[in-house]
Design a protein around this ligand. Structure first.
Ligand code: HEC
Length: 540
């Protein structure tokens, strides 16, 4: 970053410093791409290679697309943009054959199901439009029981399969997760679901600008006569109609009540497999004919096709990806950026891997961004091997219900994900990258735990088996050994060039803690924690 800043302040060739030509060095660009795509710092070997041979940049970056953590990142992005991780309320609870499952297992299975489809489409370079047209659904051992999806207990944890009912192919639009996340009611008439569809073409219906804000949703008739209501409902209601085949809602209490009543008679509906799709669920009368912005569609399948064929789908996807990677608001992505990227995206057959790669290496992606909570968790785990988890249950046995193991940085059960800037999918719909005391405290907590973990492990590990303190023997406190270790840590955590890294402040910290504690273990913990919280580690 320093080079970048200097160039900005001084200008490159003494020209007007307000319009600098920024030529970021390849190592800095590699950090940005690695963090953007996989959420990890480049390895020492990769940094050395790109410094010595800048032409290796493209090859090194392309490898991050094949990293499984890129897939995780794609799920994180869609979870936030489609509000699909919402561990704050309303999931199918542990019950019946799943009664010994933890809350977290139940929620995670339900939330990840549609995201797994998106990850599969993206990471395999399939046309991105399949996310709204595919007949594939991914199931795991929990969702297969809840929804009666075929599943091989000896196979992979997530398996590609098909819905057991007659629902049309519409990718995530036809996923039960959408029906659960956007429940309907007699008054709602599936409009929350319809509004979620519109977001895929970047039409955020609730945010449409209207001449005034007279808004009276209690008069349900007005939606078909009042000009003001029609401004939104004329397009919203017809695209909501295909969802009439989906059950309006299913509440956790209904599932529990059904099992309490032994799934008999009228109380069979809440027992697994839960029937969610079919003509028997149509309860609303006088629904408008189904259509997508004036083009009639027969059903949810054709709605998905219409979304995929709308030219706004490709440009909106580009804006959503650009927004996620560069931390720009979707509605503020400049035309000069999204227009050529959209052409490229369409020409690639909607290959979203290529799109992500183009963005992560784009010359106009030159703003400093703040690490997101999920990304920080991945980065810290990669550097230290530490995974921030908590198990709040007092009794290990889950037969009477328990929360289970919580992924503290990525899950909203205890709010740390939100405090670190993440969205919770329900109450907090957008992440924030602004600095806040809460974010810093939560990061400091994670950094403290992780540095304690890695230093304790590395100090007892044999040579060659250490994870982070590999620059020198960590018990050797001679100047030469400490300097070598510090240079190595500056390279591994801050991606600096060890030959030129200024380790003065870190050395002072090490010396001070060592003098006070007399213990190199304590001193290394402080150093690692400090580096994990350095602005060059929490921003890139
Ligand atoms: C700015 C766009 C917009 C305008 C204007 C608008 N609506 Fe809506 N309306 C929506 C959206 C979006 C939903 C779906 C909300 C959801 O479920 O997430 C909705 C939902 C509704 C619902 C269902 C509420 C529920 O309990 O689920 C009713 C009823 C309704 N609108 C009536 C009206 C009436 C009457 C007017 C005119 C006075 C009106 N709306 C104007 C966008 C709008």
């Amino acid at each position: 970053m320093l080079t970048l800043l200097l160039v900005m302040v001084l200008g490159c060739d003494g020209s007007d410093p307000t319009t600098p030509e920024i030529v970021a060095d390849p190592a800095e660009r590699l950090v940005r791409a690695a963090m953007s795509l996989a959420g990890v710092r480049p390895s020492a070997a990769e940094l050395e290679e790109v410094r010595a041979h800048p032409e290796s940049f493209d090859r090194l970056v392309a490898a991050y697309i094949d990293d499984p953590r890129f897939g995780e990142n794609i799920r994180d992005m869609h979870a936030e943009q489609l509000h699909l991780r919402w561990d704050v309320t309303g999931h199918i609870p542990p019950a019946g054959p799943l009664s010994s499952r933890t809350d977290i297992e139940m929620v995670t299975a339900q939330d990840e199901q549609p995201l797994k489809l998106i990850e599969w489409v993206v990471t395999n370079g399939r046309p991105y439009s399949e996310i709204v047209t595919s007949d594939v659904v991914f199931a795991n051992e929990i969702t297969s029981v809840i929804y009666g999806l075929p599943f091989d207990p000896d196979g992979e944890p997530w398996q590609q399969t098909h819905w057991p009912d007659e629902r049309p192919a519409a990718g995530v639009l036809a996923d039960n997760a959408i029906f659960m996340r956007y429940p309907s009611s007699a008054a709602n008439r599936n409009r929350g679901r319809g509004a979620a569809v519109a977001e895929l073409v970047c039409d955020v219906i609730p945010e449409r600008q209207l001449p005034n804000d007279i808004y009276e949703p209690s008069d349900t008739d007005a939606v078909t006569r009042d000009q003001l209501c029609l401004a939104c409902h004329a397009s919203l209601d017809p695209m909501s109609t295909p969802y009439a085949y989906a059950r309006r809602s299913i509440q956790p209490a209904e599932v529990r009540a059904s099992y309490a009543a032994n799934c008999e008679g009228e109380m069979a509906f809440g027992c697994f497999p839960i029937d969610i799709w079919g003509p028997e669920h149509v309860r609303d009368e006088d629904l408008p004919a189904p259509a997508f912005y004036g083009t009639p569609v027969a059903d949810l399948g054709e709605l998905g096709q219409a979304v995929a064929e709308d030219p706004r789908f490709a440009s909106c996807t580009v804006k959503r990806f650009w927004s996620w990677f560069t931390q720009t608001r979707i509605d503020e992505v400049p035309f000069e950026i999204w227009s050529p990227l959209t052409e490229q995206f369409v020409a690639s057959g909607l290959d979203a891997r290529q799109l992500a790669l183009s963005i992560a290496t784009h010359p106009d992606f030159d703003n400093l961004v703040t690490v997101r909570p999920d990304q920080y968790a991945r980065m810290v785990e990669d550097l230290t091997g530490y995974w921030w988890s908590g198990t709040p249950d007092k009794v290990p046995d889950c037969t009477k219900g328990c929360i289970g193991e919580v992924d503290i940085a990525r899950n909203d059960r205890y709010g740390n994900h939100t405090i670190m800037g993440g969205a919770d999918g329900y109450f907090v719909l957008a992440s924030t990258t602004d600095p806040s005391p809460g974010r810093h405290l939560a990061q400091a907590w994670l950094a403290e735990e992780a540095s304690g973990f890695v230093v304790d492990n590395d100090m007892v590990a044999l040579d060659g088996e250490r994870r982070l303190l590999t620059g020198a023997d960590p018990f050797d406190t001679s100047d030469a050994a400490v300097m070598a270790q510090l240079r190595h840590l500056h390279q591994r955590i801050l991606s600096e060039d060890p030959a030129t890294a200024d380790v003065g402040a870190t050395l002072a910290l090490f010396d001070r803690v060592l003098a006070r504690s007399g213990d190199p273990v304590v001193a290394w913990k402080m150093v690692v924690m400090g580096l994990l919280l350095d602005s060059r580690a929490v921003m890139y």
